[in-house]
Write a protein that binds this ligand. Structure first.
Ligand code: GDP
Length: 510
């Protein structure tokens, strides 16, 4: 089947005679394909490229344990709406900015770093809530090491609390519990811990391993304890990364900056990113022109777990895209080309599926036809169909004056029996689905005759000829009577022409 469509596309000027007995059905399918803009070119290009090898870039194999050095944890804050996620993030960021000597202009790069007095760092992803978390995970990206689950002590475990727990569990990311709003008189931290037992989040007081910290995001109370608990957990996880070799990372956000063009915010996961590195992400690539941190400060290096804004992208990759460093611009282009090609192939597979379904429909219709008309000669069959059509829709061809302006009267002439039948079959498929109806007033084999012209004049119709001629006298007579004669040698040209005629007759929709 595929080959047949390939063939048809590469050689669209098919002669109907060269088609097999019932292959006019294929013709309809082929037309469907050609209708899709540019398909022919795409397909022949694909055919050429069929031999191409996988040119994708992939992550490096596991690093030698000797190369691994500790890295900071990357944390996502999750929890029910209004339980204080944004307030907590804001407070953490502000604490950080206050701790900095010269406050730069804060840049939104999807994450920020908090340094503890002990010298440890924590990277907080900026977008709270599990929507962003699961969107990234759905794209295969896992950047989060630890989830801080925020539960308001005055409200307890709610729907999104449970969902957040589920997301963390699915991703196998451990939880630190932040019992928030403990400044409120009605706060009941114990109730929260008890409720969490039902969701298999067991705090240390209850014999489990989940650390719970009582905080107030609003007043900033106990935030250091929360950060320390996070570091403790990170130490237990023994988070390590290879700081050497080609960079690997994940895009957490991407945006276009007025001055800098396409920018990505990324978390580096392996290697050390430097100016001049060549990166690929999704179907985009970059030569790193500059890098900056969340304070807008230019940086020269970005190590694992560091959030970084990267300038130098040719296009805009998407959040969740994996970033990989490659050795050269040529290699980057090759990878991007390969990925685009792969995507195109997937798309073509989908197109092909649609074509196959269409073909099945047509074949089914054809089979029903055969059942109905049995082994009748094509002419009898076509005649019966013609009669049936007349009975169903056009009880009798109407006179010019009373004709429906949305109908297109037709006369079809073909060189051989098979071609006329093929055209009639194609017309069948158009008939029902168009606003402008076809009104077949005559069909037959042979060159265009004076009789055809007279008929066309009477009904205000058009004559379509397939592989037939119209003598000069006939042409002149037609011109005099303002009758259009359209001659074609390729069926789908004829059908396309017909389609154009049909759409030109559609009522204007204002
Ligand atoms: P989010 O939807 O989880 O991001 O919640 P927000 O951070 O927007 O907080 C919702 C509301 O709770 C806001 O009015 C906050 O001021 C308030 N809030 C957040 N944290 C605390 C807290 O520790 N104590 C008190 N009293 N209110 C808080």
């Amino acid at each position: 089947d595929i080959d047949c469509v390939y063939e048809a596309l590469l050689n669209t000027a098919i002669d109907i005679d060269s088609l097999e007995a019932n292959s006019h059905l294929d013709e309809v399918c082929i037309k469907e394909v050609i209708k899709k803009a540019g398909m022919k070119l795409k397909w022949s290009k694909l055919k050429q490229d069929k031999v191409r090898e996988n040119k994708d870039a992939v992550r490096r194999p596991q690093a030698d344990p000797a190369l691994l050095t500790p890295r900071s944890p990357v944390v996502t804050i999750m929890g029910h709406v209004d339980h204080g996620k944004t307030t907590l993030l804001d407070k953490l960021r502000k604490t950080q900015v206050a701790a900095m000597e010269a406050g730069g202009i804060t840049q939104h790069i999807g994450a920020f770093l908090v340094s503890l007095p002990s010298g440890e760092n924590i990277t907080f992803l900026d977008t709270p809530g599990h929507a962003a978390f699961s969107a990234m995970r759905a794209r295969g990206a896992q950047v989060t090491d630890i989830v801080i689950l925020v539960v308001a002590a005055d409200d307890g475990v709610m729907k999104q609390t449970v969902e957040s727990i589920q997301h963390a569990k699915d991703a196998q990311v451990p939880i630190v519990l932040a019992i928030n709003k403990c400044d409120k008189p009605e706060a009941d931290a114990e109730k929260v811990k008890k409720e969490l037992l039902a969701h298999e989040v067991v705090c240390e007081d209850y014999g489990g391993d989940v650390q719970a910290v009582h905080i107030s995001a609003l007043t900033g109370n106990n935030l250091l304890a929360l950060a320390e608990a996070t570091i403790t957990l990170a130490e237990m996880l023994e988070l390590k990364a290879d700081h050497t070799g080609p960079v690997e990372g994940t895009v957490i956000e991407s945006f276009t900056d007025k001055g800098r063009g396409p920018v990505t915010a990324a978390i580096i996961q392996r290697g050390t990113l430097r100016k001049g590195s060549i990166l690929v992400a999704g179907k985009c690539w970059a030569k790193v022109r500059s890098m900056f941190d969340e304070n807008g400060k230019t940086i020269n290096e970005a190590c694992p777990s560091m959030p970084v804004g990267i300038v130098g992208w040719r296009d805009l990759p998407s959040a969740g895209d994996e970033i990989l460093e490659v050795e050269s611009e040529t290699r980057a282009r090759e990878v991007v080309d390969w990925r685009k090609y792969e995507q195109e192939q997937d798309k073509n597979k989908d197109d092909l599926k649609i074509i196959k379904e269409k073909r099945k429909e047509h074949q089914e219709a054809h089979r029903k036809d055969r059942e109905k008309y049995g082994s009748l000669h094509w002419k009898e069959r076509s005649y019966l169909k013609f009669q049936a059509r007349k009975e169903q829709k056009f009880l009798k061809p109407k006179e010019k004056t009373e004709r429906d302006s949305n109908a297109l009267p037709l006369i079809i002439k073909g060189d051989v029996d098979g071609s006329v039948e093929a055209i009639l079959d194609i017309l069948d498929t158009y008939d029902a689905s168009h606003e402008c109806k076809l009104e077949l007033i005559h069909f037959g084999v042979g060159d265009i005759s004076e009789n055809d012209v007279h008929l066309a004049e009477t009904f205000g119709g058009i004559i379509y000829g397939f592989n037939v001629n119209a003598a000069n006298v006939i042409q002149q007579s037609a011109a005099k009577r303002q009758v259009k004669i359209k001659l074609h040698k390729i069926i789908y040209h004829l059908v396309e022409d017909l389609q154009e005629e049909l759409s030109s007759r559609l009522p204007c929709i204002v």
